[in-house]
Design a binder for this molecule. Structure first.
Ligand code: ATP
Length: 798
């Protein structure tokens, strides 16, 4: 895939740098043994000072004199070191220091992990300080328990926070140590407490129970003692039941034998069962990703354009004629006409209710019992005539309700502004993947749908009925809700004028072929390349999803954000891609099968990997909207069309021919038809939005789609060196470095299409770098390393 690499690896890692000393094996032996011996000497000196320390005090001042003989087992040095570390230093906690030095020697000798050793030192010294302060708390100035440091620190702390404060600080230090070092949590405390409590209870109940003492001959001394203490009849050699006095609970009673099987089953039922939760074994990548997330937080795809500002609502226009005004007279008039017309045909009405929408009002009627619905349905034209209005639609019955609906256009329709739908709570708070605010329904509710769920949209309508406005509404919705990192548009505009405004956001939101200058495609031959390139992108994405064990793009992106996918394996955050074709009929007329095949492929397969198609046409005839296209576009929008046949082609039923135009539309997602007044967004508004976005910092280039080389460019083996692909050398290096001769590796690493990668492999074979095709296995790489590759290629050119 041709997209800049998100450089997660490049971010500076805040890792503690370990000092590293490079020692030869001999040096390690010498240095290691020195540390072991020194550690041991130190330990002996310290140990000795516990007994001889006081006596040696006087000898310290005469260190140079050989006459003075200290009692320390390590003589003068021992006395001096002990005085330095224990008396003047950290007190008895200094033993840990000798241990750490000894341990360091072992680590050096055995060449063990240095980072572990540093960690031992770090934690060890912390314990030394803590213990010294703790002992200093209880000691006095010359006490060897806490040493001078422990005592002085204590004095200092007590001056400022008092005894209570110091003891609490020590407790806090202990808790912090346990929490950080041993990952102890509050829950583990409570669990330990609970199980201790349970043990104590058990112990108590045991002590009060009768205990069976088996009379075996190999009794321990204690058993013998107990045996003699209580009278046990040895004659019958049978277990005797003795009554045991309650003993202190913590005393161990090895002779107490609990009955293996209790007779009393009811007691068994009382035993609490402790269910231990076994944490699922986290895989290695999980651990790594957790650590990465801990260090850097979740991956943020918007980071590159972190200062990007979404367009403000003010860029959209407010309309005066907005907001529904109820014209009571009109309502009354229409109601009377409907009732009268139906009466003329002997249809009685039990009740009638009106719902006023922005362009049409829905009259819901409940006919008298016994009236056949088909009878009302047949009166559609008569009712329209009597109401002298266009665009009457009868819904008989309204799905889900036991009523019949008659939609009558309002005399004064109101414009549904884009601003009102974008500002609506429904749109703003929607958590859909690709939310689109299409307009308002007949009950004046904002109509928001998820393009990702559709998953592709077919839009049709006669010319001048609001298709372009509809497309702009879709694009505007996405611009208001999605960051440039999250969605990319591929715009196809054979009419050349409809979508030109979006050129300004090329480097933010558009995707294009690597070698094309304009991101918006107006040339039909380029459309074919782009569609095929999208197919390659789709295949590449499926490969990524497969490797990441994800079923769809949403799961994949969640995993990627959680840093569970390694960018070095080609993984990257995948933006949604929305392909918009403004005049599909024109494309089909000029390119026919060549566009239909990739469109159908995309429509069939692309939903899971985040490529969604929106196709608009003004000629909804069967040769444009073919069966295969229709089958894969369950979501359809019909603006007004001129004939029932066209309506049937789009919606599989009539209705679109009865709309009133100007954004009045029917939406279906496979089942019910919903009448919606499309939101109106004018060209100047779109211009302002694109200008606003375009003036902000952008990516260096549009999102690059994989390269597609048409079939005619040939796939034959190019043996001639001068005919080689310009990425030949790079490809050779990738293959030799990875020692794996596969086209998909090239596709991933060099972001190529399948064809080009395949051709490169052929050329590499011809150059003797990889072996011949071996079926499902990767080809053998004949060059071992990059130096050999350089030589090989040099020899070739000679
Ligand atoms: N939702 C709407 N609300 C109000 N008026 C609308 C709406 N949609 C379209 N119109 C009116 O209809 C006119 C034509 O709309 P639009 O350009 O979208 O039609 P079209 O179907 O794209 O036509 P063509 O196929 O010829 O491009 C607009 O200029 C506008 O005046």
């Amino acid at each position: 895939m041709a997209k800049k690499k998100t450089d997660t690896n490049k971010s500076p890692r805040k890792q503690f740098k370990m000092p590293s000393f490079k020692l030869s094996s001999q040096q390690k032996l010498v240095f290691g043994s020195f540390l072991v011996i020194f550690g041991f000497i130190l330990f002996m000196a310290f140990l000795s000072s516990l007994f001889t320390g006081k006596a040696d005090q006087s000898t310290l001042s005469d260190f140079a004199s050989r006459e003075v003989k200290p009692e320390n087992w390590v003589s003068k040095s021992g006395a001096w070191l002990s005085d330095f570390f224990i008396q003047r230093g950290f007190g008895v906690a200094s033993f840990i220091i000798s241990g750490l030095i000894f341990l360091s020697g072992i680590y050096v000798l055995m060449n063990l992990s240095k980072s572990k050793l540093w960690s031992h030192w770090f934690w060890g010294l912390l314990i030394v300080i803590w213990l010294s302060v703790l002992f200093g708390f209880f000691g006095n100035t010359n006490d060897i328990l806490g040493g001078t440091i422990g005592f002085e620190v204590n004095m200092y702390l007590q001056d400022y926070i008092g005894k209570i404060g110091t003891s609490l600080l020590l407790l806090f230090g202990l808790i912090t140590y346990l929490a950080v070092r041993f990952k102890v949590t509050f829950e583990s405390f409570t669990t330990v407490f609970k199980s201790a409590k349970r043990n104590i209870n058990d112990e108590f109940s045991d002590l009060n129970e009768d205990v069976i003492v088996p009379l075996d001959n190999n009794l321990s001394e204690e058993a013998e003692a107990i045996k003699s203490a209580f009278e046990i009849s040895e004659e019958n050699n049978e277990p005797v039941i003795i009554k045991k006095e309650p003993k202190p609970i913590f005393e161990t009673t090895p002779l107490v034998v609990k009955p293996a099987i209790k007779d009393d089953f009811e007691d068994d039922l009382d035993i609490e069962i402790e269910v231990e939760k076994v944490a699922e074994e986290a895989s290695e990548t999980d651990n790594l990703s957790d650590k990465l997330v801990e260090d850097f937080g979740q991956f943020d795809p918007t980071l590159e354009l972190s200062k990007y500002q979404f367009p403000p609502l003010d860029l959209l226009k407010k309309y005066d004629s907005e907001g529904i005004t109820i014209n009571q007279e009109e309502l009354e008039e229409n109601k009377n006409r409907i009732v009268d017309t139906l009466k003329n045909y002997n249809i009685g009405i039990a009740s009638i209710k009106a719902t006023i929408g922005p362009t049409v009002t829905l009259y819901e009627i409940v006919p008298d019992a016994g009236v056949r619905i088909s009878k009302i349905k047949n009166l559609e034209d008569d009712i329209a005539l009597s109401l002298s209005a266009l665009g009457i639609r009868i819904i008989a019955p309204i799905p889900g309700k036991g009523t019949i609906g008659i939609e009558v256009p309002n005399k004064n329709s109101t414009i549904v502004s884009m601003r009102s739908v974008i500002a609506s709570k429904k749109f703003q708070s929607s958590d859909m993947q690709l939310p689109i605010a299409l307009g308002k329904t007949i009950s004046n509710e904002t109509f928001v749908v998820d393009l990702a769920k559709m998953p592709h949209l077919l839009m049709a309508g006669a010319t001048g009925q609001g298709k372009s406005v509809g497309l702009n509404a879709v694009l505007t919705s996405l611009l208001y809700k999605k960051h440039p990192a999250e969605v990319k548009f591929v715009l196809v505009d054979p009419k050349k004028v409809e979508l030109t405004l979006f050129n300004k956001i090329e480097r933010h939101y558009l995707a294009k072929l690597p070698d094309s200058e304009e991101a918006i495609i107006t040339d039909n031959t380029k459309v074919i390349n782009t569609l095929n390139s999208l197919c390659i992108e789709m295949d590449n994405r499926y490969e990524l999803l497969k490797n990441a064990l994800c079923r769809n793009i949403a799961e994949y992106n969640v995993k990627f954000k959680a840093r569970k996918l390694n960018p070095n394996d080609g993984h990257q955050f995948l933006p949604y891609i929305v392909l918009v074709v403004d005049e599909f009929a024109d494309l089909i007329m000029t390119a026919g099968k060549e566009v239909e095949t990739p469109i159908a492929r995309l429509a069939q397969l692309a939903r899971a990997i985040g490529i969604h198609l929106i196709i608009a046409t003004q000629r909804p005839s069967v040769n444009v909207i073919t069966g295969i296209i229709k089958a894969n576009f369950p979501a359809r929008i019909a603006f007004r069309v001129t004939s029932k046949i066209d309506s049937r082609t789009i919606l599989d039923g009539s209705g679109a021919d009865q709309l009133i135009g100007r954004g009045d539309m029917l939406f279906t997602q496979g089942n019910d038809l919903i009448r919606v007044q499309c939101a109106f967004v004018d060209t100047p508004e779109v211009e302002k939005i694109t200008e606003y976005i375009g003036s902000q910092k952008a990516y260096p280039d549009a999102y690059l789609l994989p390269e597609y080389v048409g079939e005619e460019s040939g796939t034959s083996l190019d043996i001639d060196i001068s005919d080689r692909d310009k990425l030949f050398r790079e490809a050779a290096e990738v293959i030799v470095t990875a020692q794996q001769g596969s086209a998909s590796l090239l596709q991933r690493k060099l972001k190529l299409g399948y064809n080009r990668a395949g051709r490169l492999i052929d050329q590499l074979e011809a150059a003797g770098i990889v072996g011949p095709f071996e079926g499902s296995k990767a080809r053998m790489v004949l060059i071992t390393d990059l130096v050999a590759l350089d030589k090989h290629l040099e020899n070739e050119t000679l």
